[in-house]
Design a protein around this ligand. Structure first.
Ligand SMILES: C[S@@+](CC[C@H](N)C(=O)[O-])C[C@H]1O[C@@H](n2cnc3c(N)ncnc32)[C@H](O)[C@@H]1O
Length: 194
């Protein structure tokens, strides 16, 4: 367990707050994911909540791409399903319920171009297992963007603990992007030894 680790999922009703259009006033999902997502990509979004980022990801991958949206809580996924249906994006989103200790993405081995875990890692019951499953799902050039709020995880130290677990799972730090008032890391796959 990492310092500042919560291991309780956020209450389902908070999903409505997190998916509110008001959040766009200080966090624009479009500009946050734009550097990473292109048409036709396979995108993985663990801890998608009610889909604040999911709908934008689905727009960007287009008709030829796919977003695999995962959450532990059915009520979050129900909210995402409703919102994606209203936006006409359901056919691009594969909505899946996870188990507490396991994402269950064995079918995605080496298929994911981009993953985003936004405000999720501090809630995970099994962060080491999480990074192992992410590692296996990424294509050789695939990356995972991890964003954590500063107030969770004891400042930067909390994220550093998570990064240690990621490195143990075979991931490497590709970049340290900045998002105001957040801790951020971009992880990729360690290149195979030649
Ligand atoms: C704070 S919310 C963030 C939601 C979304 N990423 C956003 O930024 O709006 C964290 C989400 O992670 C989910 N979560 C927690 N533990 C999880 C797990 N082991 N597997 C999948 N989702 C999980 C929670 O149910 C919740 O929807």
């Amino acid at each position: 367990m990492t310092s500042g680790h919560q291991t309780e999922p956020c209450p389902w009703w908070l999903g409505y707050v997190l998916a509110s259009p008001l959040r766009k006033l200080f966090q624009d999902p479009s500009s946050l994911v734009a550097p990473y997502v292109e048409e036709g990509m396979v995108v993985l979004e663990p801890g998608c909540g009610m889909g604040f980022f999911t709908l934008e990801l689905a727009r960007r991958v287009g008709k030829t791409g796919k977003v695999v949206a995962l959450d532990l809580q059915s009520k979050m996924l129900d909210g995402l399903h409703r919102r994606a249906g209203r936006a006409g994006l359901l056919d691009r989103i594969d909505i899946r319920k996870t188990e507490e200790h396991r994402l269950g993405i064995a079918d995605l081995v080496e298929r994911v171009d981009f993953g985003v875990a936004f405000y999720v890692v501090h809630e995970l019951a099994n962060p080491a297992g999480f990074f192992g499953e992410i590692h296996d799902s990424l294509r050789p050039e695939g990356v995972l963007l991890v964003v954590e709020p500063r107030e969770h995880g004891g400042g930067d130290a909390g994220l550093e603990d998570s990064i240690d677990l990621a490195l143990q799972a075979g991931l490497v730090v590709v970049d340290r992007p900045t998002i105001k008032r957040n801790q951020v890391v971009l992880l990729g796959k360690r290149p195979a030894a030649s």
